[in-house]
Design a protein around this ligand. Structure first.
Ligand code: COA
Length: 389
C-alpha cells in the first residue's frame, strides 16, 4: 500500500464544505473521542469547523496538517510521498488518517510536536510509522531534534505498567498510543489524568458555594477577586499575562518541554483569534489588596454555547501557597460559571499525576477522574532517534 500526503489548506472565507472537509471533520471527531470521550471541544458543525480554519493557525506555533490517502492493499510499502493535488479534489474515501506537525517559533529547546491519527479500520499496517518518519524528516529539516508527543491513554489497557521518567502514575504496555510510541523510540516522560466536575449536581454545587463562602470569609479582607472575559482591558491583560507566564515557568512539565512566555500583545491576539472562532474564556485573578499584586489565578475556556469548559491553568504565587488560595480561586470560578454561564455543565481539567497539591484541591472541589493521557519524548542524536538524549 502507498500513502500520499495532501496538505490541508487554509480555506478562503465562505469556501464550500467539500467532501474532503467533511471527512477531515469526521476524523477530528474520532480523534476527540479517543482523547476526551466527547466532541464538545470540536466545532459543533462542519460549516463552523471550516469557518474556523479561515484565520489560519497560531502564528507563534504554526501548524501543518496533511491528510493521508491510501492506495493499494496490505502494509505500507515505502515512505509517504507529498502529492500536490488540491485538497478540495481528493477522493474522501481514500483518506485514512491525518498528521499534524508544529513547533513554537521561539522554541528554546528545539522541540517539535507530532500528532498522528489513523482511522481505526486502517491501523496496524504501518501508516502511523510512516507518518512519524515523515514528521521526523520534517523536524530535522527545520533543525528540531526533540519531538514531544502526546497520546490518549486507556486506563483499562492490558500489559506491564510503563512508569514515567518524571513523577507518578503509569500506562500499560498494551495501550495503543504507548505501544506505538515505544515501538518508535519514545520514552514516557509524564502521565496526566483529566478529571471533571459536574456543575449540574446539586450536592456539588452546594459544596462549591460553601467553599467559595468560606474562602471569602477567611481571605476576603486581604484580597480582591477580579473576573475577566477574553475582552478584558489592557491593565487586566498585563496582570493576566504576568500570572500566566509565572504559571508556565512553574507547573510540572517534561524536562525538555518549552516553557513559552507570552507578552500581553501576544495574549491579546490569542484571545482575539479565539473569539473569532466563537471560543471565549474567563480568567479569575486574585489580587492582594495591600500591594495590588496577583497572588493567584485560573482560567477556563469554552466554545460559546458549549456544555463543557476546559481549565487552562491555575497558579498560586509561591510565597502564598498553603493558605487555601487555589481552592478559593477555583471555587470562585465555578460559582461564577454556575451563576453567569448557564450553558456550562461540566468543567474539565488535566493534571500531572505527580501534582499532589492540585489533585487534593480538585478532589475537595468535587472533581472525578475521567481519562488518562501520556506525554512522550524522542531525541535525535545525529544518527538516529532515541528515547534518551
Ligand atoms: C497510534 C496510532 C497513530 C498508530 O497507527 P498505526 O497505523 O496503527 O501504527 P503502525 O501500524 O505503524 O504501528 C507501529 C507499531 O506500533 C505498535 N502498535 C501500534 N498499535 C498497537 C496496539 N494497538 N497494540 C500493540 N502494539 C501496537 C506495534 O509495534 C506496531 O507494529 P506492528 O503492527 O508491526 O506490530 C493509531 O492507533 C491512532 O491513530 N491512535 C489514536 C491517536 C493516537 O494515539 N495518537 C498518538 C500518536 S501521536
Amino acid at each position: 500500500m502507498e500513502i500520499r500526503a495532501v496538505k490541508v489548506p487554509v480555506p478562503s472565507a465562505n469556501a464550500p464544505v467539500t467532501a474532503g472537509w467533511q471527512r477531515l471533520y469526521e476524523l477530528y471527531a474520532a480523534d476527540h473521542m479517543a482523547w476526551y470521550n466527547h466532541t464538545d471541544y470540536l466545532s459543533h458543525s462542519v460549516e463552523r469547523f471550516l469557518a474556523n480554519q479561515v484565520q489560519g493557525g497560531d502564528p507563534e506555533r504554526p501548524e501543518e496538517t496533511y491528510v493521508l490517502l491510501a492506495r493499494g492493499e496490505g502494509r505500507v510499502s515505502g515512505p509517504i510521498t507529498v502529492s500536490d493535488e488540491p485538497f478540495d479534489d481528493v477522493d474522501p474515501t481514500a483518506i485514512v488518517g491525518f498528521l499534524r506537525y508544529s513547533y513554537y517559533v521561539e522554541s528554546a529547546e528545539g522541540v517539535a510536536f507530532p500528532a498522528i491519527f489513523v482511522d481505526a479500520d486502517w491501523r496496524r499496517r504501518g501508516i502511523g510509522t510512516a507518518a512519524m518518519e515523515f514528521i521526523r524528516s520534517r523536524a530535522l529539516a527545520d533543525s528540531r531534534r526533540i519531538l514531544e508527543a502526546w497520546a490518549p491513554g486507556d486506563p483499562d489497557a492490558a500489559g506491564e505498567p510503563i512508569t514515567p521518567k518524571q513523577g507518578a502514575g503509569s500506562v500499560a504496555s498494551g495501550d495503543t498510543g504507548a505501544a506505538f510510541l515505544t515501538a518508535l523510540d519514545y520514552r514516557l516522560e509524564l502521565v496526566e489524568n483529566s478529571s471533571s466536575l459536574d456543575l449540574t449536581n446539586a450536592e456539588k454545587v452546594r459544596k462549591l458555594r460553601e467553599l467559595e463562602r468560606l474562602g471569602r470569609e477567611r481571605l476576603g479582607g486581604d484580597v480582591e477577586v477580579r473576573v475577566h472575559s477574553y475582552t478584558l482591558d489592557d491593565e487586566a491583560l498585563s496582570a493576566l499575562a504576568e500570572a500566566r507566564n509565572a504559571f508556565e515557568q512553574d507547573y510540572p512539565q517534561g524536562e525538555n518541554a518549552d516553557r513559552i512566555q507570552r507578552t500581553p500583545e501576544q495574549l491579546r491576539s490569542e484571545f482575539d483569534r479565539a473569539l473569532d472562532r466563537l471560543t471565549d474564556g474567563i480568567s479569575v485573578l486574585i489580587h492582594e489588596k495591600a500591594s495590588g499584586v496577583v497572588v493567584a489565578g485560573t482560567g477556563l475556556e469554552y466554545k460559546v454555547g458549549g456544555r463543557r469548559a476546559y481549565q487552562e491553568w491555575t497558579w498560586v504565587s509561591p510565597d502564598h501557597r498553603g493558605a487555601g488560595l487555589a481552592t478559593y480561586v477555583k471555587a470562585v470560578t465555578y460559582v461564577h460559571a454556575i451563576d453567569h454561564l448557564p450553558n456550562i455543565e461540566v468543567v474539565e481539567t488535566e493534571n500531572a499525576e505527580e501534582n499532589e497539591a492540585m489533585w487534593a484541591v480538585n478532589e475537595k472541589l468535587g472533581f472525578e477522574r475521567s481519562s488518562l493521557m501520556t506525554n512522550w519524548f524522542s531525541f535525535y542524536d545525529g544518527d538516529a532517534w532515541r528515547p534518551h538524549p
